[in-house]
Design a protein around this ligand. Structure first.
Ligand SMILES: [Zn+2]
Length: 190
């Protein structure tokens, strides 16, 4: 569990709450040991008066272990799992026909599963708008959108896979029992 592996090592107050403008934002920094031996810094911002809160994740060490990370997503809680894809990481959700492949201008990004679905929904909706009304693809696109909307509510089970040949990508699962990491053998990289 997160609580066993992480330690809160700093709490401080620094700025005024952007939401209520009265409270002070408390910053909690927690280091978290990723199952494969690396460290992440989790930063949580919390207002001491209203319920405003936000959080962010920063890798403290570089994960140099190339491999395949797999996360099973089957409920709303799993959607909050943190995702960090390095520029060489390939991200896919086969059940939703979603693929993010590495490329020369592929950017690093941090988000959670929900954030990935949201970006994808946006892209698919734009794509759909540009199709002709009698396009054969419409039926497929509508099926994807339908499943995607269910997925965004945690009502559609899917698998999120990151294949990283260079290391550097992370998944921080909400439920560790749904996460697995398969290390590449050296011969697979050549
Ligand atoms: Zn506040």
């Amino acid at each position: 569990m997160l609580s066993e592996k992480s330690k809160i090592n700093e709490v401080n107050y620094s700025f005024k709450c952007p939401s209520c403008d009265k409270g002070m934002i408390k910053i909690l920094k927690t280091t978290y040991d990723v199952p494969d031996g690396d460290k992440m810094l989790l930063i949580k911002f919390e207002c001491n008066i209203c319920n405003f809160s936000n959080n962010d994740v920063i890798p403290l060490t570089t994960n140099n272990t190339p491999g395949i990370m797999t996360l099973r997503v089957s409920n709303e809680n799993d959607l909050k799992s943190k995702i960090y894809r390095s520029p060489v990481g390939k991200l896919e959700i086969p059940e939703l026909e979603l693929f993010v492949v590495p490329g020369p201008r592929a950017d690093f990004y941090y988000t959670n599963v929900e954030g990935i679905l949201f970006r994808f929904e946006n892209a698919v909706s734009i794509y759909r708008k540009n199709l002709e009304k009698d396009d054969d693809e419409l039926e497929d696109i509508d099926k994807i959108l339908h499943d995607l909307h269910k997925a965004m509510k945690g009502e559609f089970k899917f698998t999120l896979i990151i294949t990283d040949t260079g290391g550097g990508s992370y998944i921080i699962p909400k439920d560790e029992s749904k996460y697995s990491f398969q290390k590449f053998e050296q011969k697979e990289l050549n």
